[in-house]
Design a protein around this ligand. Structure first.
Ligand SMILES: [Zn+2]
Ligand SMILES: [Zn+2]
Length: 477
C-alpha cells in the first residue's frame, strides 16, 4: 500500500523551492549598492538629489519586476541546450542538435524523486547514444528550478534534439510510461534498439579463439558436448557416421531426418552398466527424471538390468518405441526437431497458440513459417535471465530488456563463407556485456552478434522450400 501511494504521490517539497523572490531581492540590493558606489565616485551620495535617488530606486524596482516576469513559468521552459552561452552555470554539457533528452529535476530527500533514480539509471544505461538522460538536484542548483519553471518535484521534461521542450510530467514517472510517451512523440527507442544493426560495437569472431583439442570420437555430432562413454549412441548412416552423447541427442537427430527409415537397424546404444553396444531396437530403457524435470534415460542390454536400476531410481522400464514417443512429445515449431520444454524458447502466436523453438533463431523462424506475429521468451545463455520480445508486422515492437542481442553462431565453410553453425550455437543475451563474458567462456564458438530484429529479418527472408529444409540432417552436409 505504501508503495502504491508513493507511486502516485506528488512531492510537496516544491512549495519552498521558488527562489525568484530571493534572487530578485539580492539583485535589487546589489544593483542599489552599485548605483550608490557609482554615485559616490561621481561626487558622493550626499550631493545626489533625493529625486534622483527615488528615480534610481524606481528604475531598479522595474528591473527586478522585469526579471521576475521573465522567469520561465508553466509554459515550455527555456531549453537548456539551446543556448549554452546564455543559460548559465550548472547546465548540461549537451549541445543542441544531438540527441533527444530527458531531464529530471528532483531533490534528494523526496520519495518519488528517489524512486526516479533507478528509472533514470536504467534509461541512461539502456539507451546510451540514443537518449540523453540527466538529473538535476534542485537542492544543489536551485536556480535550475527557476530556469525550467519547475513547480513540483520531481518534474521530467522531454526535449527534442534541437532543444525544444516536447512534454513535461510531474511526479513519479515509470519507465514504461516514459518510453511510451517518447514513442508517442515520435522517438521509438525500443524498436530502434531492436532494429539497430548490432548496435555500436559489432562483435564478430570469424575463427574460434581456441581450437577444440578433444579427440573427434569424444564429441557429440549434434550438441558437441563431450560424450560420456556410458551413454554413447552410434549411427551408421548412409551419409556418414554420427556419434551422439545420449538417447536425447539421438532422438533430436532422428527427428531431423526427412527419411528416418534410412537409419533403421543402424543405431546402437551403450549398456549403461557393461559398456556393451546394443542395437537400439533390442535395448531396454530406464526412463526417469532428473531433478530439474528433464527426462533421465539409460539404456541396458536386458530388461532385468534395466529393472534393477529402475527399482533404485523410481524410473520405468520401456522399449525404444515408447521412449521415442515420449521424446517426440514436444517439437520445434520451426524445424520440427524434438526439444524438451525446459530447454525451449517459449513462443505464443498472435492467436494465442503456444509453441516451442528449439533455439532462439528457430523461435523467430516460427513467425516466418506460420506467417504470424509472435511473442518469444528465451533465456540469456549466460545468466538464465529472460529476454522477451513481441513482433507486429514482423517487426520487433517490444524487447525486454531493450539491450538484448542475438549471437548468430556461424562457422567458416570450405568455401570460406560463414554459415550457420546450427541450433546448438544460437543464443540470446540480455546485453552485449553478457555475450562478451560468454564468449570468453566459449573460445571454441565463432559467429557474430546481430540485433534481434536482424535475426528475425533473416528468418523472414526464407522461402517455403528453405523453411521445410531447415535443420534437416543428411541433406545439407
Ligand atoms: Zn549431444
Ligand atoms: Zn528448431
Amino acid at each position: 500500500m505504501l508503495f502504491a501511494c508513493a507511486m502516485t504521490a506528488q512531492c510537496d517539497c516544491g512549495r519552498d523551492l521558488d527562489p525568484v523572490p530571493l534572487l530578485g531581492a539580492i539583485l535589487f540590493l546589489v544593483l542599489l549598492k552599485l548605483t550608490q558606489f557609482a554615485a559616490k565616485r561621481r561626487g558622493g551620495v550626499n550631493r545626489m538629489k533625493s529625486s534622483a535617488k527615488i528615480a534610481i530606486v524606481v528604475a531598479l524596482g522595474i528591473l527586478v519586476v522585469a526579471v521576475v516576469a521573465l522567469k520561465p513559468s508553466k509554459g515550455p521552459a527555456a531549453p537548456m541546450s539551446s543556448d549554452p552561452a546564455t543559460t548559465g552555470a550548472g547546465q548540461t554539457s549537451q549541445q543542441a542538435g544531438e540527441l533527444p533528452r530527458l531531464l529530471d529535476l528532483g531533490r534528494g530527500q523526496c520519495i518519488p524523486c528517489k524512486m526516479m533514480m533507478p528509472v533514470l539509471d536504467g534509461l541512461k544505461k539502456d539507451f546510451t547514444g540514443k537518449l540523453e538522460v540527466e538529473y538535476i538536484d534542485i537542492g544543489e542548483q536551485p536556480e535550475m528550478a527557476t530556469v525550467h519553471g519547475v513547480l513540483t518535484i520531481p518534474t521530467q521534461i522531454f526535449f527534442a534534439p534541437d532543444g525544444k521542450e516536447l512534454f513535461r510530467h510531474e511526479g513519479y514517472y515509470p519507465r514504461e510510461d516514459i518510453l511510451a510517451k517518447w514513442k508517442e512523440l515520435g522517438y521509438d527507442f525500443v524498436a530502434a534498439q531492436a532494429a539497430a544493426p548490432a548496435q555500436l560495437n559489432s562483435i564478430v569472431r570469424e575463427e574460434p579463439a581456441a581450437r577444440d583439442a578433444r579427440p573427434p570420437e569424444t564429441i557429440c555430432t549434434l550438441c558437441e558436448q563431450t560424450i560420456d562413454p556410458k551413454t554413447k549412441v552410434t549411427v551408421d548412416a548412409p551419409w556418414g557416421k554420427a556419434l551422439l552423447c545420449g538417447v536425447h541427442c539421438y532422438a533430436i537427430y532422428y527427428s531431423s531426418l526427412r527419411d528416418n527409415s534410412a537409419v533403421a537397424g543402424k543405431v546402437a546404444v551403450t549398456d549403461w552398466a557393461t559398456g556393451n553396444a546394443v542395437p537400439i531396437e533390442k535395448a531396454a530403457f530406464l526412463y526417469g527424471f532428473e531433478k530439474g524435470g528433464r527426462p533421465l534415460i539409460r539404456a541396458f542390454e536386458t530388461d532385468s538390468a534395466a529393472g534393477t536400476e529402475a527399482a533404485k531410481s523410481q524410473g520405468q522400464v520401456m522399449r525404444w518405441d515408447d521412449v521415442l514417443k515420449k521424446e517426440m512429445a514436444t517439437r520445434c515449431g520451426f524445424c520440427d526437431r524434438i526439444v524438451y520444454p525446459e530447454d525451449a524458447s517459449r513462443v505464443v502466436t498472435a492467436e494465442g497458440l503456444q509453441m516451442c523453438g528449439c533455439c532462439p533463431m528457430c523461435a523467430l523462424g516460427i513467425a516466418a513459417r506460420l506467417s504470424k506475429d509472435i511473442e518469444v521468451e528465451q533465456k540469456d545463455a549466460l545468466t538464465g535471465d529472460t529476454v522477451s520480445l513481441k513482433t507486429s508486422g514482423f517487426k520487433v515492437v517490444s524487447l525486454e530488456p531493450p539491450t538484448a542481442v542475438a549471437w548468430h553462431g556461424q562457422r567458416k565453410g570450405k568455401d570460406g563463407k560463414m554459415a550457420s553453425a546450427g541450433c546448438f550455437h544460437q543464443f540470446f543475451f540480455t546485453s552485449e556485456k553478457n555475450l562478451l563474458k560468454w564468449l570468453e567462456q566459449h573460445p571454441e564458438e565463432s559467429g557474430k552478434m546481430i540485433s534481434i530484429q536482424q535475426a528475425l529479418d533473416d528468418k523472414m527472408k526464407l522461402n517455403p522450400q528453405q523453411i521445410s529444409n531447415a535443420c534437416k540432417i543428411g541433406e545439407c552436409k
